[in-house]
Design a protein around this ligand. Structure first.
Ligand code: WTA
Length: 664
């Protein structure tokens, strides 16, 4: 490091508050500090500002119907179509030749969709879905990697009012089957395969295996030919159709966008919770789309002329809200990249920022920590001067990584928004408005205008600034989930029961609990500390410990398993599995390999345990509950907490010794 750099690092390390530049503020979409007060005074009507960003077929009667909490309804009586708002209106407004999607494949091939191209292909695919028998309200599952056909399929579904259910391509066949079964989905769109670090991956094989596990049968599957000559030579089965053939059949077809009620489901997204069964989060057409669009405008500061890049996968909520719906509703250019950040080289991301002159870049702390580890020479070798704003999402970002991002990617000129939100919230909830607020590295920021969040103790009383507590949201917001698919009861018990008076009809008695720990400072800035339930955050991906445990106990030779998160330099958290073998089975590399395989088969490689520790017993309380906190201490090599309440205190030291020897 040059002398100047060292000085700069030292100065940044000291600084705990950063101001956006005057230049940024002058051009920001939102720069008036009064917005917080304005939203508070006019709540809930303030949310009209979000709804007004969309084109409605039928005006709504009421902004919020809160007569039956926590089953809130937004923009009731209104009708609109999400696809129309993301595609047609830009074509009609003279932006048909503007680029909607810039796609780059792992090998450097590119595809560009103008809004007109998108309009054509979305219409043809919507017609194709109809021809396959998809009707309004049928759930269509999309099991696809980062190829342009994924957003095309999402928008085509939205066009005909068929909710989509995107399943992350890295998930296993079992995970696909679970989600199709849970969502009663009889239609699937998938692809033959895709590239990962240079090699083609067989995706259709996995999809087919998943389809075998769909109990209610499947009416039709559409398969995109991504790999061409690199493909695996699968023959399509009777009800499987080639994407291109279907489009050819529908060439030139147009499908009128279906007018959807504001509260009609736009999509389902399954996410991990504390039980083994993933939760089907339901998002609606009016509230969700308004909220994704508004936050893209106000927080990401996206303008129509911008080239914007979010490096998440569309298989997660971040990709839904901030690769597809928000940026396209705003008529901007959204970049999609198929591959990984280190292939073929570790400057791949910065190569793309330079190549496409990206204005706004949104990524995850886990990626930033990896970039940091690789070193600043990679971003330094590229021209990143087009960047205006940076964002992060998915997990807490430590101040050192924040500052590295600010300095080496943003050249100390771009504000960084650290955005806290969840699959369930639909869009960002706690973060700075970049043109209004100063940034404090490590702290996401104050709740957004119109969002009423508090940090409380176990009784629900607000805690003093600086003290750790639980994050709660006290008022509904348009982007919120409406329920869990087919399970209103679980919706109430998972998100509301903790701090609400569940017998009350008064919305003031209802409090949303996101299951995150947090603290607040004297300026109202919230620092999110992480999950307080049994959900892990591995590389920004939510994984339920119960899901992983049930995969492990499904492996022959395993009697019992406990999974916890251990600290990890790049991933944030990593999966630690503590396993008791069944009598007659030997612990060792063979069983370890089968456990890892079991987890990959049930969930996917993202859930692969970092360490499998065999143990004769698990630390349990006298009532038989596994003490996960102690297992976390063991995973982290931390000093062991209080073991006095354990039935078997000696076992903890034994496990710790095993972890230490395995680490050597
Ligand atoms: C965590 C991703 C700290 C949090 C959009 C939340 C964060 C979970 C942040 C949701 C952040 C997300 N700071 N923690 N900026 N963003 N989280 O549903 O624990 O995949 O509850 O949604 O990620 O993960 P999900």
């Amino acid at each position: 490091m040059a002398q100047g750099d060292a000085e700069l690092e030292a100065r940044l390390a000291e600084q705990d508050e950063f101001e956006p530049s005057e230049e940024f503020v002058a051009q920001a979409n939102v720069s008036d500090p009064d917005i917080y007060e304005e939203f508070e005074e006019n709540w809930p009507d303030c949310w009209e500002r979000a709804a007004e960003m969309l084109d409605w077929d039928e005006a709504y009667d009421e902004v919020l119907d809160d007569s039956n909490p926590p089953f809130y309804e937004w923009f009731t009586g209104g009708e609109l179509n999400a696809c129309y708002n993301c595609v047609d209106r830009h074509v009609e407004n003279g932006d048909k030749n503007r680029v909607a999607i810039k796609w780059e494949g792992e090998h450097g091939e590119t595809r560009t969709y103008t809004y007109q191209d998108l309009y054509r292909e979305v219409n043809e695919f919507a017609a194709a879905l109809r021809a396959q028998g998809v009707e309004e309200d049928d759930v269509v599952t999309l099991y696809m990697p980062m190829i342009p056909e994924l957003p095309v399929a999402m928008l085509a579904c939205a066009r005909i009012g068929a909710p989509h259910n995107v399943v992350f391509a890295g998930f296993s066949a079992d995970a696909l089957a679970t989600r199709m079964n849970a969502a009663d989905s009889r239609f699937l769109v998938t692809c033959d395969g895709y590239y990962r670090r240079g090699d083609p991956l067989d995706h259709l094989d996995k999809a087919n295996e998943g389809l075998d596990g769909v109990d209610h049968g499947v009416d039709a599957t559409v398969v995109v030919d991504r790999l061409g000559d690199d493909g695996f030579g699968h023959d399509l089965k009777g009800n499987q159709h080639d994407w291109d053939d279907l489009l050819d059949e529908q060439s030139g077809e147009r499908v009128a966008p279906v007018e959807r009620d504001a509260e009609d489901m736009l999509f389902l997204m399954y996410t991990s919770g504390t039980t083994g069964q993933p939760k089907g989060v339901k998002h609606t057409t009016g509230g969700y789309l308004s909220y994704a669009t508004w936050t893209s405008h106000a927080v990401l500061d996206i303008e129509r002329e911008d080239t914007y890049w979010c490096s998440a996968d569309i298989g997660w909520i971040t990709g839904h809200s901030y690769i597809v719906y928000g940026p396209l509703a705003l008529g901007s250019t959204t970049v999609m990249y198929e591959g990984t950040p280190d292939f073929p080289n570790r400057d791949r991301m910065w190569e793309l920022v330079e190549k496409y002159a990206v204005d706004v870049f949104y990524t995850a702390p886990t990626a930033i920590r990896a970039f940091m580890k690789w070193g600043s020479k990679f971003p330094e070798s590229r021209d990143l001067s087009s960047l205006r704003l940076l964002g992060t999402v998915g997990e807490p970002i430590n101040p050192r990584a924040w500052k590295w991002y600010y300095e080496h990617i943003g050249n100390e000129e771009c504000p960084v928004v650290d955005t806290w939100w969840q699959t369930e919230t639909g869009g960002m909830m706690v973060t700075t408005l970049p043109g209004v607020k100063n940034m404090k590295p490590g702290s996401a920021g104050p709740p957004l205008p119109g969002i009423d969040a508090q940090i409380v103790d176990t009784d629900g009383d607000e805690v003093e600034p600086g003290r750790a507590g639980y994050l709660t949201v006290n008022k509904p917001w348009p982007g919120m989930l409406r329920t869990l698919y087919d399970n209103d009861e679980r919706y109430v018990s998972e998100y509301w029961a903790e701090y609400s008076d569940t017998d009350s009809d008064d919305p003031d008695d209802w409090v949303y609990f996101p299951e995150d720990g947090a603290k607040v400072d004297d300026d109202g800035y919230v620092t999110v500390l992480g999950r307080v339930d049994d959900v892990l955050n591995v590389s920004g991906h939510r994984l339920g410990t119960m899901e992983i445990e049930s995969a492990i106990v499904g492996v022959e030779g395993v009697a019992e398993a406990a999974v916890v998160g251990g600290d990890h330099e790049v991933k944030g958290e990593a999966v630690y599995a503590y396993v008791i073998t069944e009598d007659g089975y030997e612990e060792g590399p063979d069983l370890r390999a089968r456990i890892i395989e079991g987890v990959e088969d049930a969930i996917g490689p993202i859930a692969r345990p970092e360490q499998v520790v065999f143990t004769p017993e698990l630390p349990k309380t006298r009532s038989g509950k596994i003490m996960r906190r102690l297992l976390e201490d063991v995973a982290n090599g931390a000093e062991l907490g209080d073991t006095s309440t354990l039935r078997n205190p000696e076992v903890v030291e034994e496990i710790a010794a095993k972890v230490r020897t395995q680490a050597d």
